[in-house]
Design a protein around this ligand. Structure first.
Ligand SMILES: Nc1ncnc2c1ncn2[C@@H]1O[C@H](COP(=O)(O)OP(=O)(O)O)[C@@H](O)[C@H]1O
Ligand SMILES: [Mg+2]
Length: 235
């Protein structure tokens, strides 16, 4: 079942596309790694999917319905969780309060949501009353991801989860997106600089370069023969 469908998407800033003619589908329970060098247009793509940027041309649908750009909160309410590059936490609020602010979390589901957060990230358990601004980088990223997944989203977008984190923490955290896809049947689109770690857990990988898809393949095959992915990065 296709959850995210992107066809002929041009996305960018001030009417000038930096992503051109993008076609991409992600199914329920599938993890797709969106790879590519800096400036390729990965963040722009995620921001357009979640309605933070209006599409210049083309269509983005989630569950068969177009996402209405300029209304990100509506897109969120329809089950799209976006863990942004900057983590977008409220540093003065506690971990629990940050979780409470997850888009689309209903009051009656709060207790179960906190439980799910600490089930996925046990390290958050003893930190529930700590202010987010006092957490380590890894803990902040756990909180950002936890806030994204506690509502069992239909579509999870994760932008460079591992940015600024120690490799050992990355190896611990990245598999969570696989678990979310397997256990919640969520469609996951993950932007990641650690290509090999991303290929280890993804079903498919798409490489963007200069705003266009230069490679779209099965993650297991790309793992076996990394020459294709290396070539795609070099252009
Ligand atoms: N707010 C912005 N205004 C204008 N150009 C931008 C803005 N943000 C990013 N860009 C440009 O869009 C291109 C793609 O950026 P981005 O999507 O952030 O790439 P990636 O996430 O793959 O590193 C880059 O050339 C970048 O300079
Ligand atoms: Mg980026």
């Amino acid at each position: 079942m296709t959850v995210l469908s992107i066809s002929g998407l041009d996305a960018g800033y001030g009417g000038v596309p930096v992503v051109r003619g993008l076609n991409l589908e992600v199914s329920a329970g599938e993890v797709v790694a969106l790879l590519g060098p800096n400036g390729a247009g990965k963040t722009t793509t995620l921001r357009t999917i979640s309605g933070l940027l209006p599409a210049i041309a083309g269509a983005v649908t989630v569950d068969g319905r177009p996402t209405d750009s300029r209304r990100p909160f509506r897109v969120a309410r329809r089950g799209v969780a976006h863990v942004a590059e900057d983590r977008s936490l409220f540093p003065g609020l506690t971990v629990r309060e940050n979780l409470r602010l997850a888009s689309g979390l209903k009051r009656r589901d709060r207790a179960a949501a906190y439980e799910r957060a600490t089930d996925v990230f046990p390290a958050l358990g003893p930190l529930m009353n700590r202010r987010a601004g006092l957490l380590s980088g890894g803990e902040q990223q756990m909180l950002a991801v936890a806030r994204g997944i506690i509502t069992s989203p239909q579509l999870l977008l994760v932008d460079e989860m591992s940015l600024g984190l120690a490799p050992v923490i990355v190896e611990e955290m990245l598999p969570v997106v696989r678990r979310v896809a397997d256990e919640m049947n969520t469609a996951v689109l993950v932007v990641e600089q650690h290509i090999h770690l991303a290929l280890d857990l993804a079903d498919r990988a798409v490489v963007l370069a200069n705003g266009s898809v230069v490679l779209d393949g099965d993650a297991a095959e790309l793992r076996e023969d990394p020459s294709h992915i290396e070539a795609s990065y070099l252009g």
